[in-house]
Design a protein. Structure first.
Length: 382
């Protein structure tokens, strides 16, 4: 069958483009997709013959694994049921996007075990598997309509420059590929960063779009404290939590985010469900924590956002109603969102009260944080 080239931008209905790509993959054909990094060559991971064709078309050396393109970070657990907290963190923060995660593939309930033998050997020759959720809507729409994942590699001959346009795909692979979806030049024009995660450590196998410094920051454990206005309870909790963590980890507050080598650091931040941007902590809150030797004068308020929720590993709310508001708006964060008080009591709002009430509130926050941090396995999580 001759090569078919579809101009995505000129298509009357992008849904028709998606359906044609899905049909081609289901029939065992090879499809070149635009992604945010470089053009990728894909085959259905349920079709062993198509995957063999992909390997042959690229001239890919034996034993060099193909990546699996999956639908979402949540789906990663289907392929790696014991995905470590660090790997979950990278997946949640980086996907869809230009990062490929290489993780252990030894769990007996992994969906990789249900792939055809030849495909399993192609994606997991050494008991690891590379997972990615590409950041391009066309391939994401196709993945959502397919029964299984895609095997994915760059759309070029092995050893040759990556293809960053449909024209370069055709020049490199010609009629070895069946369908090319042309959506113009790739956004980044360089390959994904490849990160190997083993338990609570990571190794950068390939520097790509995301630089090492950014990957280090993305690896950090993040604790988010939430109240209403982000002027007293949650900022006091943020600073108290930082101080307690620094003492437990044997470092200064300023060193918390740095991590050690390939181990993550810890970020502690706060936000308010009804906060404005750029406000200040209340005078009484500043005075209350000053008596603990902590300085809250530089605090700037911020509203709770979807990005903060997505990045947070642990979300601690001051009240039951705060938690309910978060879970209602972001149901996927439910298991990461806890009320600060373990016995379900609200941390009462001291706003408008005397300094003594703020000091009492700060003391209650400290006691509850002690209990929460006792149950947080810092070694496993960072």
């Amino acid at each position: 069958m001759p090569l078919e080239l579809i101009d995505v931008a000129a298509a009357e209905d992008r849904r028709d483009v998606v359906h044609r790509a899905v049909q081609a993959l289901a029939e065992g054909r090879l499809v070149a997709f635009p992604t945010e990094t470089v053009y990728g060559l894909a085959a259905s991971a349920l079709n062993e013959e198509a995957v063999e064709r992909l390997i042959g078309a690229k001239g890919r050396p034996e034993g060099q694994p193909l990546a699996l393109a999956i639908r979402s970070a949540d789906e990663a657990r289907d392929y790696v049921p014991d995905l470590s907290p660090l790997a979950q963190r990278f997946a949640r923060r980086c996907w869809p996007g230009p990062v490929t995660l290489v993780v252990d593939d030894t769990h007996p309930e992994s969906l990789v075990r249900q792939l055809p033998d030849g495909v399993r050997k192609a994606v997991s020759p050494q008991e690891t598997v590379g997972l990615r959720v590409p950041g391009h809507q066309i391939i994401l729409d196709v993945l959502r309509m397919l029964a299984g994942p895609l095997t994915l590699s760059s759309a070029n001959l092995s050893g040759m420059p990556d293809a960053v346009s449909a024209e370069e795909v055709v020049q490199s692979l010609g009629e070895l590929v069946d369908l090319v979806l042309d959506d113009g030049p790739c956004r980044f024009g360089q390959p994904s960063s490849v990160v190997r995660v083993t338990d609570n450590r990571y190794e950068v196998l390939r520097i790509g779009v995301v630089p090492e410094k950014t990957l280090q920051r993305l690896s950090n454990l993040m604790i988010l404290l939430v109240c209403t206005g982000n002027t007293c309870r949650s900022p006091m909790a943020e600073l108290i939590c930082r101080d307690m963590l620094a003492r437990r980890l044997g470092c200064s507050i300023d060193e918390l985010e740095g991590g050690q080598g390939r181990r993550p650091g810890v970020i502690v931040t706060s936000a308010g469900i009804a906060a404005m941007m750029g406000g200040h902590a209340s005078v009484e809150a500043v005075r209350a924590v000053a008596e603990m030797g902590l300085d809250l004068r530089d605090h700037e308020t911020q509203p709770l956002t979807g990005m903060l929720i997505r990045h947070a590993d642990l979300i601690l709310t001051m009240t039951h109603s705060h938690r309910e508001a978060i879970v209602t708006q972001w149901p996927g964060a439910a298991e990461r969102t806890l009320q600060l008080s373990q016995d379900g009591l609200d941390i009462s709002d001291p706003i408008g009260g005397p300094l003594a009430r703020y000091k009492q509130c700060a003391g209650q926050i400290r006691a509850e944080l002690e209990a929460r941090l006792d149950e947080l396995d810092l070694e496993a999580n960072n």
